[in-house]
Each structure stands twice: as C-alpha cells, then as structure tokens.
Design a protein around this ligand. Structure first.
Ligand SMILES: Cc1cc2nc3c(=O)[nH]c(=O)nc-3n(C[C@H](O)[C@H](O)[C@H](O)COP(=O)(O)OP(=O)(O)OC[C@H]3O[C@@H](n4cnc5c(N)ncnc54)[C@H](O)[C@@H]3O)c2cc1C
Length: 562
C-alpha cells in the first residue's frame, strides 16, 4: 500500500514525502528541502528578484503553537449525542484534529494559517464509518442546527472547506478517512467501487493487482480523495485522454439529510434527466458522497512522453486545435506560453532543462513555447496515434524536442506544491487560477486574464510574473491554467490577492471563459455563479438543496451565492 502522509497545517506535505510514481511503477522521493537556496537555483532567484521587484526575505509561518484557535462552540448535549452515535474516538475537538481540518490549500487559506489565524476552524471533527452513520449525523445536525462540511483530502483551492455560515451556527467537519476501502472490482465490466475517502495512490495500488488503472492524476493526487474529485468535478493531468473525473464516475451514493440517493446506472440509461449530474460538483451542499463506482481501464502497456517546441503561443494553439479537430489529441497535453516556458527553464535544473534549452535554441524557438504530450495504451495504438499527431505537429511548425523533455516533466510533475511552500517562506505571493474557453475565444480569454492580473498586481518597481499553460484539450476548446508570482504585500496580503482575483475573474467571464474548469466554485467563486448558470439556474440549485437539505446545514458557505 502507498504511504498516507498528512498535509501540514500551514503548507503542503511533510518533507521526505514519498509518491508512488504510477508512470514508472516506482517511487519518487520528494525531499521538500526547507531552504530556498536548495529549492530554487541561484540564477532563478536573481532573475525573479529582478523581474518581480521582489526582495527575497524570510517570511516564515508563525509557530504552530501560536496559531489562535477559539474554544469549540459545539453544544455539550449535541456532542454527547454524536458520541453515542459514532463512539468517543470518532468525535474529536482537540486542537490538533481541528487545526488539521481547517480550510484547504488555497493561497488565502495558507496566508491565514501562516499568520496564525484559524478563525474558520471547525468546532469538531467527526469520522463516520459508513453511509448509515453519515445519514444519522446529517439528521442529528439538521435537528440541532449544526453545519456539516464534508472533508476529503483537504486540498480545495477555492475555499471549499471554509465552513462559513450566515447564521454563525456551530460547524463540524465530516472527515471521510475511515470510509476509504475498496468495496469491489468488477473486471469484466471495468468498474471499481470504493469509499469516498480513498486517495489516488491507494486506489492505483489496489487496481494494479488486477492490471487496471483509473488514470486520474491531478497534481494533488498524493492527498486528494475520490469523494473530493467527484464533489469538485476534478480533472487530472491525463484527462484529455482518460476524461475528467466526472466522466469516470459510473454511479454514486449521496447521503443527504432527507435520505439516501443512488444515482447513475451503468452502462447507460434513458430514465429521465441524469441525477448523477446533480451530485457531481455539488461540493457538499446537497449531502455527502459515501460510495463511488468508477470506470477503470487496463493499465497502459506503454507510456510515451515527449517535448515539442513552437515559435509562438498562437502557433502552438493552432496546432492543438488541428489535432483536436482530427481527434488526435494525445492523452496528456500541456502547452506552456512563452513566460511559463522561460520560467520552466529557470526554475528547473537537470537533464530535462538542458535538453529543452538546447532544443529551443537549436530550432530558432529561443523565446517560443514548450508543448509536452503523452500517449498511453497498447503499443500499436500509441505508435499509430503518435505517428499521425507527429505529422500534423510538424506541418504546423512544431519541432520535436525529444523524450528527455517529456520524461523530465513526468518526474517532476508533483513537485510544484513543495516549491510553493518555500516561495511563501520568502515573501512571494504564489497562486493559480484556471478557466476554459472555446478555441475561438481562447486567445481573448488568455489576454484578458493576463492583463487583469498584471494590472492588479503591478506597483512601483513591481511586476507580477503570470505563466499560463493549456492543461486539457477538447474538440471544442481547451482549459487555461495560470500561475501567478508576485512580491507579496506583507501588510495586506489577503487584500492584495482578493483584488487580483476579482479583476481576473471579471475579465475572464467578460471575455467568454468559464468561471472554473476543474477547481470548482467553493467560497471564492460563489459571487459569480449566476454569471455562468443564470439566476434561474441558481434557483434550480436552491430548489434541489431545499429538497435534500431543508435545514440548510450542508456546507452552506460554498457554491450558491449568499
Ligand atoms: C497543489 C494542488 C494541486 C491541485 N491540482 C489539481 C489538479 O491537477 N486538478 C484538479 O482538478 N484539482 C486540483 N487541485 C484542487 C483539489 O485537489 C481538487 O479540488 C480535489 O478534487 C479536492 O479533493 P479533496 O479530496 O482534497 O477534497 P476537499 O478539499 O477535502 O474538498 C473539496 C470540496 O468537496 C467537498 N467534499 C469532499 N469530499 C466530499 C464527499 N465525499 N462528499 C461531498 N462533498 C465532498 C468538500 O466539502 C469541499 O467543498 C489541486 C490542489 C492543490 C492544493
């Protein structure tokens, strides 16, 4: 079994975390070195300091013991009833349990925790064992007016675990860690049933025994859970090929205060509107996903990754669009814009970076764009798809940068969050945002998002670095994933990012982008939900919530506008 490291309260995983490395069947050791000097090459530090107007400085989190935590507000009689239901050991209100389940891993969450603020901590943490216990907890909490926030891996980056409530009711977190077992594997039907608290590495380990894989690999894969993926409509690094997580869910069980919903009927059904779609992306607002049946596939016999370079972003986008039109998109598609390509070269060392630098220079693409592509499956099919895509990429001006570039990406693909901790320790703002747009709207959305971020975060002698890549391709369009680095405003760090987030979200929506492509709505995007689904769409969601959760206790701080 893969190891199960815990997320840290003020950052990502602990140093020395080991990641089962699906692609190579081995194990990758992440050292997560504490010092910036080791995490970031000297040239990169100098370059970033110059480009951002950043003065590298020590901005460590306050010691964990100094994080402020108010006393639990859970009424004693309610606590006693919960203990009767779940057992003493599954109702916790000690400091460690509450702090470890406080918020998620967005920049805002981390800045709060790093400054010692845990005002959004839950009043207690419950660990139920099965669907019946979850329903019983939801009904008990409905009776007593206690808010329930489902907690999977705690990796939300949109304030999905904020637990805010307009009526300021007590809040319990329902941690699904005990519901993390494999229930069944139906090999002929390519279906696996598992608990919502199961993490990606554990599932992949279990499936490997049957020569199967799910293939869902978001960057948060070490910690995020199956229930969390479904509740947020997550997308993984190979989603262009295997599909988004919602495409992988065949059916699920949703425990609600009004009872249990079983939705989804594989292989297919025409019995009215698909209620499964209501549970996917519901972010805990309708109840708790307590079991999932997922579509799996044979483990790929081969995986091929390679780098390509393009003279410009426009040329790279045009090439991807043509691949999409001919149904030739690889399983992994990542096209980095010139800023991200340049940053990749600066931030990473080693053979991959050397190979990429050489490839870009020798092909006259010195300030061009890197495309990483990956194919998975049977050798004959991979070869045929690769050959067909290669000829289109060449026709569109792409130059092959080689497999070392692709393999370097595979090796380092889970390391970004560890580096983020080190950058936060040294006075930087580091955050990401994402959207999707049709191929026609993509260039406008890209320009609008970048311009808004740059304007919002610029100051005297300061300029943010905004790096973008296409992370998932579709026949109709693609997603854009933006990473922002800026010198942090040490006095008003929250306001600094909130202003940039507001400006960029407005700009993205006005240009025709979606509110989110895979991070979900959470607390951070909820003010804009009606811009995407319309006021009537919001009313429909409210009506469904009123039916399943009449007391409004299920994660009321997210998704629906307040
Ligand atoms: C460094 C980093 C990298 C990331 N990379 C990706 C990526 O590549 N792709 C991607 O899609 N996302 C990514 N994310 C975002 C995050 O990992 C996903 O949103 C993930 O799906 C959340 O899963 P989780 O188990 O951690 O859920 P949590 O963070 O615990 O919860 C997320 C939301 O779902 C609700 N929820 C959780 N479990 C259940 C359940 N069983 N029933 C009902 N509601 C539930 C919670 O209440 C909350 O609103 C990343 C996040 C980080 C910090």
């Amino acid at each position: 079994m893969a190891e199960q490291p815990e997320l840290t309260v003020q950052g990502w995983g602990p140093p020395g975390t080991r990641v089962a490395h699906v692609a190579e069947g081995g194990t990758l050791e992440l050292t997560a070195d504490k010092s910036l000097a080791k995490a970031l090459p000297k040239a990169a530090r100098k370059h970033l300091a110059r480009e951002l107007g950043w003065t590298p400085r020590r901005t460590p989190p306050v010691p964990l013991d100094d994080v402020e935590l108010a006393a639990s507000r859970l009424p004693v009689p309610v606590r006693a009833e919960l203990v009767t239901l779940l057992g003493q050991e599954n109702v916790r209100d000690d400091r460690g349990s509450r702090l470890r389940r406080t918020g998620g891993k967005s920049y805002l969450d981390l800045v709060r925790r790093r400054s010692g603020d845990a005002s959004d901590a839950p009043d207690a943490v419950l660990t139920p064992a099965d669907t019946a216990e979850v329903v019983a907890v939801l009904q008990l909490c409905s009776r007593h007016g206690v808010v329930v926030v489902p907690f999977g891996g705690g990796t939300s980056v949109v304030g999905g675990l904020s637990g805010t409530d307009v009526d300021d009711r007590p809040v319990v977190v329902l941690d699904l860690a005990r519901m993390s077992g494999l229930v069944s594997v139906d090999v002929p039907s390519s279906l696996v049933t598992a608990g919502p608290g199961m993490r990606g590495p554990a599932l992949e380990d279990a499936l490997a025994e049957h020569d199967l894989t799910l293939g869902h690999l978001p960057q948060s894969w070490e910690f995020a859970t199956l229930g969390g993926y479904a509740a947020t409509r997550s997308a993984g690094q190979a989603s262009t090929g295997v599909g988004r997580f919602e495409d992988l869910v065949a059916s699920l069980t949703l425990a609600t205060p009004s009872g249990v919903l079983e939705v989804g009927h594989p292989p297919a059904s025409a019995a009215g509107p698909d209620l499964l779609g209501l549970a996917l992306g519901s972010e805990g607002t309708l109840g708790v996903i307590t079991e999932l049946t997922l579509r799996v596939r044979p483990r790929p016999e081969v995986e091929e990754y390679e780098g390509w370079s393009f003279r410009s972003w426009a040329a790279g986008l045009a090439a991807l669009q043509r691949l999409a039109r001919h149904d030739l998109l690889p399983d992994v598609v990542r096209l980095s814009d010139p800023d991200e390509t340049r940053a990749n070269l600066l931030l990473s060392g080693g053979a991959g970076a050397r190979a990429l630098r050489g490839a870009l220079r020798s092909r006259g693409h010195g300030s061009g764009c890197l495309l990483v592509v990956g194919w998975q499956g049977l050798p004959t099919l991979v070869r045929a798809r690769q050959r067909a895509a290669t000829s289109l990429l060449r026709e569109d001006g792409g130059k092959r940068a080689g497999s070392r570039v692709g393999e370097a990406w595979v090796r380092h693909r889970f390391e970004g969050p560890y580096l983020r901790d080190r950058l936060l320790d040294h006075g930087l703002l580091v955050e990401t945002l994402e959207t999707a747009a049709t191929w026609s709207a993509l260039p406008t959305v890209y320009d609008a998002a970048r311009r808004a971020l740059r304007e919002a975060l610029a100051g005297p002698g300061k300029q943010p670095l905004v790096m973008t890549h296409v992370s998932h391709g579709y026949a109709t369009g693609a997603s854009l994933y933006l990473t922002v680095l800026a010198d942090r405003d040490d006095d008003l760090p929250l306001q600094q990012w909130l202003g940039a987030k507001r400006a960029s979200t407005d700009a993205v929506l006005a240009a025709g982008g979606t509110l989110t492509h895979h991070h979900a709505v959470g607390a951070d995007h909820r003010p804009w939900l009606d811009r995407e689904v319309g006021p009537l769409g919001v009313d429909v969601l409210r009506a469904v919530k009123a039916s399943l959760d009449p007391a409004g206790i299920c994660n009321p701080g997210v998704l629906l506008p307040s």
